[in-house]
Write a protein that binds this ligand. Structure first.
Ligand SMILES: NC(=O)c1ccc[n+]([C@@H]2O[C@H](COP(=O)([O-])OP(=O)(O)OC[C@H]3O[C@@H](n4cnc5c(N)ncnc54)[C@H](OP(=O)(O)O)[C@@H]3O)[C@@H](O)[C@H]2O)c1
Length: 401
């Protein structure tokens, strides 16, 4: 055994036997054996031992462990990933943001996208250089030790037969969504048993992942481990979460990440909000209110005044800082909306859990005319009276004049 590896094994044993050391993550002796046995495809730096005390916080009465950027300063990231090449496969909004943040963090990054496509041009504009840091998907997958599978979820299904031969022993397969792995009967994505499989899923658009990073802030992300062959997967997954630009990270499983993410975006984050906005707007219009009034009372006041207050101080604070009349009505009507919408959220969760949502998403997003069909649906929203009124209202904001 070489010195680095025996040091690694010692570190693992120290961690495993340190029952009272709160920072001790569950790195088992089986994992240590796996480290010793692992083929040196990606020669890992010695096992990284988390030094700090675990930060356990109270989330509404439940204790949860969180990880923060301060747990992984740059020097630590460089040590952990000293022998790694991050191959970012796909350059959509996440590929773009995560690759640039990794690069700005001083790590070795290459990008793999299909030649001649939209992403290829976008990556070149961002300074990725053909033959040096920009490659075809296959070339990048071959060169990388950490394969960041960031094609669209439908693209991941289609691309898996191409990628799979490069997912070799000792490498790490990384996702930002559990979709492909959680529904293998739909996607065909079954990672080989001899690689670490991890996930860091930013809770926001790639545009925000990048802009918050540039502002010195950080997106919240979840982290999950599907396979820990090396015994280091968990630590490396959290470190990656920080390296791609997260501020704080919480742990989940691949399955829970998919179920909550799909429910959230179909629900309150996007689907429910458009549905509820439109329902209230239509009622106001049917009762004779002008578009200006209906839009202001439905969308503009929400996004410009009240939601930022909820974001900053919570719902009770926002209620406490509106009129007594508004507060009374909101308190009385909130339970009515809860009753009306809870069955819809239950049906939605069921549809996610039984695979209907992923099935539909794969079918729709794999169609050759997917972009045209999507554009037609988005046009319908854009050209609805409510959002046309919105354009005019937005143009009247003083900062837009
Ligand atoms: N968007 C978000 O806010 C968000 C947030 C958290 C997690 N995620 C997850 O992050 C992953 C990436 O999502 P994204 O939104 O960044 O990307 P995306 O826009 O869904 O996908 C775009 C990328 O996939 C490539 N692609 C699509 N189909 C392909 C195929 N058949 N063969 C080769 N390349 C293909 C595109 O290349 P071309 O330009 O060449 O077409 C492009 O580089 C997904 O798993 C997603 O669920 C996304």
């Amino acid at each position: 055994m070489n010195p680095a590896r025996s040091a690694a094994a010692r570190a693992v044993r120290a961690i495993s036997s340190s029952a009272r050391q709160p920072a001790a993550r569950t790195i088992t002796t089986a994992a240590a054996r796996a480290i010793r046995a692992s083929a040196p495809v990606a020669v890992r730096s010695p096992v990284f031992v988390q030094q700090r005390g675990v930060k356990t916080l109270d989330f509404g009465g439940s204790k949860e462990t969180v990880w923060e950027r301060s747990d992984f300063p740059k020097e630590k990231l460089h040590k952990i990933f000293a022998n790694d090449t991050f191959a970012v496969l796909g350059y959509g909004t996440q590929g773009y943001a995560q690759s640039l943040n990794l690069r700005d963090n001083g790590l070795k990054v290459i990008v793999g996208v299909r030649k001649g496509g939209h992403s290829w041009e976008a990556a070149k504009k961002d300074g990725w250089v053909e033959g040096k840091t920009l490659f075809s998907i296959e070339e990048a997958a071959d060169k990388g030790t950490i394969l960041m599978y960031l094609l669209s979820d439908a693209g991941q299904k289609e691309g898996w037969p191409t990628i799979k031969p490069y997912v070799t022993k000792g490498k790490t397969l990384y996702f930002s969504h559990g979709f492909s792995v959680v529904f293998p009967e739909q996607t065909g994505v079954v990672p080989p048993k001899d690689v670490d499989v991890i996930l860091a899923a930013p809770k926001g658009s790639g545009a925000t992942v990048r802009s918050l990073f540039l502002e010195g802030r950080g997106i919240n992300s979840s982290v999950a481990i599907h396979q820990d062959v090396s015994g280091q997967a968990r630590e490396r997954a959290f470190a990656m979460g920080v390296a791609i630009g997260s501020g704080y990270l919480y742990e989940t499983t691949f399955k829970k990440e998919v179920y909550s993410d799909l429910t959230g975006e179909r629900g309150i984050l996007m689907g429910a909000i458009q549905g509820a906005f439109a329902a209230q707007y239509d009622v106001l219009r049917a009762k004779g209110h002008s578009p200006s009034e209906a839009f202001n009372e439905t969308v503009e006041e929400a996004t410009q005044s009240l939601y930022p207050l909820i974001a900053k101080n919570g719902m009770d604070w926002m209620y406490a800082n509106c009129s007594t009349t508004a507060r009374r009505g909101a308190l009385d009507w909130a339970p009515e909306f809860y009753k009306a919408t809870k069955p819809v959220f239950e049906a939605l969760y069921e549809s996610v859990e039984n695979g209907s949502e992923t099935k539909r998403s794969l079918e729709e997003n794999s169609r050759p005319d997917y972009r045209e069909r999507l554009e037609a649906e988005l046009r319908e929203i854009r050209e609805s009276e409510m959002w046309r009124a919105g354009r005019t209202v937005r143009s009247l904001r003083p900062e837009n004049n």
